[in-house]
Design a protein around this ligand. Structure first.
Ligand code: 5GP
Ligand code: MN
Length: 364
């Protein structure tokens, strides 16, 4: 049951208050995190389409554009990229309810973050990340939930399941599919499968088509980038940790866009014995690190130690340092956050690895 939040209310109380707040609102702003993923956009569209069909005036506003492979989702064209214009500021100011999805943190909201946090109307959080900030008025959150969409379905179940038509079901399905690695991560339960079964039925969805729309839209350039990135694979600590690198040069040479690298990091965890996968992406301002793990190996505190955060098995951080030093610092910190004693010794980054990285166009 509910296992987060600081306000002492029963599970039923809280969901009831959220449903009442949504029912009574007329103008609802829905927002989600920067560089939105399938759960972010899917949850936003599911809630947006659900509320629209209940007669609410809905504005969906994000800091960044949606990924190209989610543009087919119903209502996607209504999502606005916030530009700080008077019109957008006013849209937030004139709402009578704000819903924040799939992040619990002002910084992760990007450009509209300040106006959302300072808004004088109730702000509802629906999210499955750890450590929520304390400025939300109502929260529906559970870290063990597979996705924000799973929590949203619970709200719909309390309100009116018949509101789940195909325009709500398709984004819900895509949100859960993408956040569970296509129904294979450890937070996938029999109850989740039953929920997804209901979503498929209500929306009359074709799962094969949903998968193809999201995952079979790669470009040749994207696959070329994947092949280069896979070849950067390094193992650390006797094979317990694996890492890969996306350098600016490999991205440029491939001709792919960075969005196409989404999910590459999961390849690392497909190696037998590897419990932690790290992806280092070189950018103009520094290095983006993606952390993924399996079983009891937890990475959120590791990511937090670099100013990031996320979930126990999937986190991220941005290190304001070049690729090489970001890799060294991340690997050097490993033993503080995971038990590396069980397999081999600390190998860190060898001279050979460093040479290899420089060969790939990674500057030291
Ligand atoms: P990804 O590696 O796919 O960018 O991020 C994985 C997860 O880590 C995301 O779902 C998000 O929860 C979290 N995350 C990624 N980057 C950041 C960050 O800079 N700050 C925080 N707090 N969380 C992040
Ligand atoms: Mn999510």
């Amino acid at each position: 049951m509910f296992n987060g939040g600081s306000i002492v209310r029963t599970y039923e109380d809280m969901i009831g208050e959220i449903v009442s707040a949504l029912e009574e609102a007329n103008r609802v702003v829905i927002t989600t995190h920067t560089r939105p993923d399938g759960d972010a956009i899917g949850s936003q569209l599911a809630l947006g389409n659900y509320l629209s069909s209940k007669g609410k005036k809905v504005s969906m506003i994000n800091s960044d554009p949606s990924p190209y492979n989610l543009e087919w989702l119903p209502g996607s064209e209504k999502i606005i990229v916030y530009d700080g214009s008077l019109e957008h500021v006013d849209m937030i100011a004139s709402a009578d309810l704000i819903v924040v999805l799939d992040t619990n943190n002002k910084m992760r909201l990007g450009k509209p973050g300040d106006s959302i946090k300072e808004a004088s109307v109730p702000r509802i959080l629906i999210d499955h990340h750890t450590d929520p900030e304390n400025w939300f008025d109502l929260m529906w959150r559970r870290e063990s939930a597979s996705s924000t969409a799973e929590l949203l379905y619970e709200i719909f179940a309390d309100w009116d399941l018949d509101g789940i038509d195909s325009a709500v079901a398709a984004p819900l399905y895509v949100a859960i599919m993408t956040d569970t690695g296509s129904f294979r991560f450890s937070n996938v339960t029999p109850a989740l499968h039953r929920m997804v079964g209901d979503i498929v039925e209500r929306g009359n969805l074709d799962p094969a088509q949903m998968y193809a729309e999201v995952y079979e839209k790669r470009s040749v350039e994207g696959l070329r980038l994947m092949s280069t990135v896979l070849s950067t694979m390094q193992l650390h600590f006797g094979g317990l940790v694996g890492s890969m690198v996306i350098s600016k040069r490999s991205l440029k040479d491939s001709g792919a866009s960075i969005e196409e690298s989404d999910g590459f990091v999961n390849n690392i965890l497909s190696i037998e014995g590897v419990k932690v996968g790290l992806m280092f992406t070189e950018t103009e301002r520094g290095t983006k690190v993606s952390f993924r793990s399996k079983e009891d190996y937890q990475v959120h505190k590791w990511a937090q130690s670099f100013g990031g955060g996320g979930h126990r098995n999937a986190s991220g951080a941005f290190i304001k340092a070049d690729l090489d030093s970001a890799i060294k610092r991340t690997i050097a910190a490993a033993s503080k956050f995971i038990d590396i004693t069980t397999s081999g010794q600390d190998e860190g980054i060898s001279d050979e690895d460093a040479d290899y990285l420089s060969m790939l166009g990674v500057q030291n």
